[in-house]
Ligand binder design. Sequence first.
Ligand code: DGL
Length: 270
Amino acid sequence: MADNRPIGVFDSGIGGLTVLREIWDLLPGEGTVYFGDNGRAPYGTKSKSTVIKYSLQNMRFLEEQDVKMIVIACNTASAHAYRTLAEASKVPVIEVVTPGAKAAAGATKNGRIGIIATKGSVNSGVYKDAVERFAAPGTEIYQQACPLFVSLAEEGWWDNDITAAVCKEYLTPLKEAGIDTLVLGCTHYPLLSSAIGKFMGPEVTLINAGKAVAEVVRDTLAEQGISGENSLRAFYTSDEPELFEDVASPFLGRGLPAGTKHFDTDRYSV
Ligand code: DGL
């Protein structure tokens, strides 16, 4: 039996659009409702309890849009809040940490993997644990928080001299550790792939979890028998819609459909 309800996707803001674009590419017939919590972003510097509260509120909003699945398209929210959301939700919840960790474990040849992410994700240890779960025993894992990458991505400074200097500052320890695989563990980082790749060199494989997440969405829909057809592509933000639309297109890799609406999820008590 088909389930034609849309898929709900949320992020702290616009980074999750790098996941949404992969879902659109792989599942063009499915409808989507995207919520960007721009008004309360960034999540990467906030405490676990705050990120859990925000994530529960965002999920409540998507549930009210009658979605058939929730995709947490934010690494920080996945790291802090996945368990809580999965327990509270009546529909399947997909997170973005495990698919990236699995891909990294499969890609490394020398057993040295780097993870770059927000402070919140790195400090949670969730990424490291997930890579350890899939990697061969003895795999060495190096983590690095790269908070300025989020601002560089939003500013459109994806590959210039300043980005190169910031890459050098953050990534030198990982390069010196001899990693051959680097997880882009934040939804903003794929936009900086070119600058990161130039600094790390061609022998280092960059892992962008977006594609792997879209595959998990596809497989889960099939397993649960809830695939469907729907042309809805709705966008909501907790900040000004114009601001969202101004910065969203590059993340989505194409023009954003007009008509983003404003919604504050902090009205929900959770
Ligand atoms: N979306 C967040 C993540 O993937 C990055 C931006 C933020 O800190 O809110 O971790």
